[in-house]
Write a protein that binds this ligand. Structure first.
Ligand SMILES: CC(C)[C@H](C(=O)O)[C@@H](O)C(=O)O
Ligand code: SF4
Length: 466
């Protein structure tokens, strides 16, 4: 029977399927960070259990670490406790840890792929919703809750219901300057913030195939922002080229075997999806959110929407509420919206390609007066590479701050927070009320759009001179 990519990976991982019960699936890789692991580790401790396969678990510190100092003393008491607890737990249970002094430390969804921990056809879980990122490699990757983290630690398996399947095809090619972030924001604008609920989404089509692995990760990262359980992209030559030679990727004969196995990881002709969405890539302009969820998005040459144009009263109310919170008036041109903060980073857009795209707009320019802009590489390796390419210098010369890796301003869980009333051009993935700091406003954009906003002081259409 013809199968989708998801069904193939799923079938290869079912360990127990009992009639009337959710199946149990095998987990190949478990990623861990300091925020969602303490209770899971202590659950094991209390039960006197060991980890089933500690070597398949990889830990990093990212959410509440400091991006200005690699010293524990720079952390708040709560953050310090979480970081130290992770350190102790990893030691006690024999888990490999990339701590704040390690050169591979970074955001869990940046660090995993770049070390080759993320591989096609695997099941990857982490106590973090943006685990969907790893689906860019044709892995089935999704976030789990803390009690499930403990279950995976103890058994290397997980009880899971099978999801429905959705195909999102982006046909044709994007115009120059249009990035993966614009593609995924356009998709969310099209299907809505809950359009993917209950589904594992497979992204496909020429525009997706044309993306680098960095771009594919950006797209899958935001699968969760359309409500999907996971996002997947079939592995191909781009995937293999990215993985070759990475620390935990297969080597020698095993590499050859892996390549052969990965070539099977695609949706068969004739396989059916429960839902299909088709977009035309050439219609996609630079995107930015205006509201308080990622589906409240427009193209840069559009206006802030008018609640009066809403199709029903629920939509009207949500537009009204969002406009009130973000303090924008209907009909305002998006290019007239000024910002005072810029955040280039997060597991959506902090990889080398993202920093290169931002640097193009920073080069030889200056951050506008009154704007504070920070660039936060996603990992130690990204930072190292960016510095080798001189990107740090470009940013610093332009007046951006160049920081240490971490989640940073994505979520207001560390020192990098926005203040009430701040308006931020952010390359992250969530823009709900207070996400980057109480009373702050977030506009989600691509790295190029964020850097351009930093130098202009307001949003600009990067397709034209500004
Ligand atoms: C802290 C963590 C549980 C959370 C998540 O799961 O997504 C965070 O990474 C986020 O982006 O809000
Ligand atoms: S960068 Fe943001 S979205 Fe990604 S894991 Fe960290 S907090 Fe979550």
């Amino acid at each position: 029977m013809a199968k989708t990519l998801y069904e193939k990976v799923w079938d290869q991982h079912v360990v127990v399927a009992t009639e009337g019960e959710a199946p149990i699936i095998y987990v190949d890789r478990h990623l861990v960070h300091e925020v969602t692991s303490p209770q899971a580790f202590s659950g094991l401790q209390v039960a006197g259990r060991n980890m089933h396969a500690a070597e398949k678990t990889f830990a990093t510190m990212d959410h509440n670490t400091s991006t200005t100092s690699a010293s524990l003393d720079a952390l708040s008491p709560m953050a310090k406790t979480q970081v130290q607890t992770l350190e102790r737990n990893c030691k006690d249970f024999g888990v490999r840890l990339y701590d704040i002094h390690h050169k591979n430390q970074g955001i869990v969804h940046v660090m995993g792929p770049e070390l080759g921990i993320t591989l096609p056809g695997t099941v990857i879980v982490c106590g973090d919703s943006h685990t969907a990122t790893h689906g860019a490699f044709g892995a089935l990757a999704f976030g789990i809750g803390t009690s499930e983290v403990e279950h995976v630690m103890a058994t290397q398996t997980l009880r899971q219901l099978k999801a429905k399947t959705m195909k999102i095809e982006v046909r044709g090619h994007v115009a120059p300057g249009i990035t993966a972030k614009d593609i995924v924001l356009a998709i969310i604008g099209h299907i809505g913030m809950d359009g993917g609920t209950g589904y594992v989404v497979e992204f496909c089509g020429e525009a997706i195939e044309a993306l680098s692995m960095e771009g594919r990760m950006t797209v899958c990262n935001m699968a969760i922002e359309m409500g999907a359980k996971a996002g997947m992209i079939a592995p191909d030559a781009t995937t293999a080229a990215y993985l070759k030679g990475r620390e935990f990727a297969p080597k020698g004969e095993q590499w050859e075997q892996a390549i052969a196995a990965w070539s099977e990881l695609k949706t068969d002709a004739g396989a059916t999806f429960d839902a299909t969405v088709v977009l035309d890539a050439s219609d996609i302009a630079p995107q930015l959110t205006w509201g308080t969820n990622p589906g409240q998005v427009v193209a840069i040459d559009q206006l802030v929407p008018n609640p009066a144009d809403a199709t029903n009263s629920t939509v009207r109310t949500s537009i009204e509420n969002a406009l009130k919170y973000v303090d924008l008036s209907a009909g305002t041109s998006m290019t007239d919206v000024g910002i005072n903060k810029v955040f280039i980073g997060s597991c959506t857009n902090s990889r080398i390609e993202d920093l290169r795209a931002a640097a193009v707009h920073a080069k030889g320019r200056k951050v506008a007066q009154g704007v504070k802009a920070i660039v936060v590489p996603g990992s130690g390796l990204v930072k190292e590479q960016a510095e080798a390419e001189g990107l740090d210098k470009i940013f610093l010369d332009a007046g951006f701050e160049w920081r240490l890796p971490g989640c940073s301003m994505c979520l207001a869980m560390n020192d990098d927070k926005l203040e009430a009333g701040d308006r931020c051009a952010s390359t992250s993935n969530r823009n709900f009320e207070g996400r980057q700091g109480r009373g702050s406003r977030t506009h989600l954009v691509s790295p190029a759009m964020a850097a351009a906003a930093a130098v202009a002081g307001h949003f600009v259409d990067i397709r034209k001179p500004y």
